[in-house]
Design a protein around this ligand. Structure first.
Ligand code: ADP
Ligand code: F6P
Length: 325
């Protein structure tokens, strides 16, 4: 049986925004237009789909966007999409607007929504977009590279003042459920300690003993990178100062890590993934998610991708510990 040709592709961004999402939207738009496929941008993720916030996108609408942070389509979290009624309504709206292919740029939650729409007859492709790097089927997610570079530069600055004052600095980075940003910054910034949600039972007593020992070894400061999922940085700073006598300050980097102009890597990878998503739709594929695995761009069945698991590589933790002498 010959597959029906895709005539109109919708594109949306969902969940937390990530630098590089605009590069993906631009790539989806221009790849589709190049193939003679019409493009509709859906504002504010699934929320906007349910509220019919749907606009036509031309090649010029995505001009001058590749270097911009955030998402020109905006994003949202939408509980209604988690209900069967919401999913039926979303699929019906796609049909009403002639959207026979949909590119969903977001994280695992967004892919669950995409999977539901695929089951309701809307061809969907997921593109991994999250600063947290916590999508199991891929070694790369849009926004991680920019976020870790932003955090790394901020931490360098905190380190300068920390050294001048011979302080302990606790710097909290994003990652509610995943410690990848903390791990990468911990290595890149030469931190003494990295606290990640994956290893929630960190031993504060050991940290205190280590700070005391490192003072005796002549260390001028002590940097702790703490992931949001572990949290409690302000109280932790008070406890550490009290126990060690070393002045301790906490800095919470927060949402600055989600913004800013995307790095070259985020622009290029997002462009390739956005373009691949359209290629898959044009081939009649659905319920797939794009990934970058073992040095190659690839795609997976969404159901399979959502079953995969991803761990913080133990070797990376060992290296971070070895280098924090
Ligand atoms: P991310 O996509 O970054 O993981 P969320 O987990 O917040 O972010 O999910 C984004 C949105 O995806 C949710 O607000 C909701 O609209 C949709 N979503 C999440 N889980 C499901 C689900 N099980 N079924 C349908 N839609 C879902
Ligand atoms: O996008 C991922 C993330 O930045 C997490 O690291 C963080 O826990 C969460 O989003 C914060 O989301 P919100 O935008 O709701 O504050």
């Amino acid at each position: 049986m010959t597959k029906k040709r895709v005539r109109t592709i919708g594109v949306l961004t969902s969940g937390g925004d990530a630098p590089g999402m605009n590069a993906a939207i631009r790539a989806v738009t221009r790849t589709a237009l190049g193939k003679g496929i019409k493009v509709r941008g859906i504002r504010q993720g699934y929320q906007g789909l349910l509220e019919e916030e749907i606009i036509d996108l031309s090649a010029r609408d995505v001009s001058d966007t590749i270097q911009r942070g955030g998402t020109i389509l905006q994003t949202a979290r939408c509980d209604q999409m988690k209900t069967e009624a919401g999913q039926q309504k979303a699929a019906a709206i796609c049909k009403k607007y002639g959207i026979d292919g949909l590119v969903v740029i977001g994280g695992d939650g967004s892919f669950r929504g995409a999977e539901k729409l695929a089951n309701l007859g809307v061809n969907t492709i997921g593109v991994p977009g999250t600063i947290d790097l916590d999508i199991a089927c891929t070694d790369y997610t849009i926004g991680f590279d920019t976020a870790v570079n932003t955090a790394m530069e901020a931490i360098d600055k905190v380190r300068d003042t920390s050294t001048s004052h011979q302080r302990c600095s606790i710097i909290e980075v994003m990652g509610r459920d995943a410690g990848f940003i903390a791990l990468w910054c911990g290595i890149a910034n030469g931190a003494e300690r990295i606290l990640m949600p994956e290893e929630h039972d960190y031993d504060e007593k050991k940290i205190i003993e280590d700070i005391q020992a490192s003072k005796e070894r002549g260390k001028k400061n002590y940097i702790i990178i703490n992931a949001e999922g572990v949290g409690d940085s302000l109280n932790m700073a008070k406890r550490i100062e009290e126990a060690t006598g070393m002045e301790t300050r906490a800095t919470i980097l927060g949402h600055m890590q989600r913004g800013g102009s995307p790095t070259c890597k985020d622009r290029v990878y997002a462009s390739i993934m956005g373009s691949m998503a359209v290629d898959l739709l044009a081939e009649g594929k659905s319920n797939r998610v794009i990934g970058y695995k073992h040095g190659e761009y690839t795609d997976f069945d969404i159901n399979e991708a959502l079953k995969m698991t991803k761990e913080i590589p133990p070797h990376h933790i060992e290296v971070a510990q070895e280098l924090a002498l």
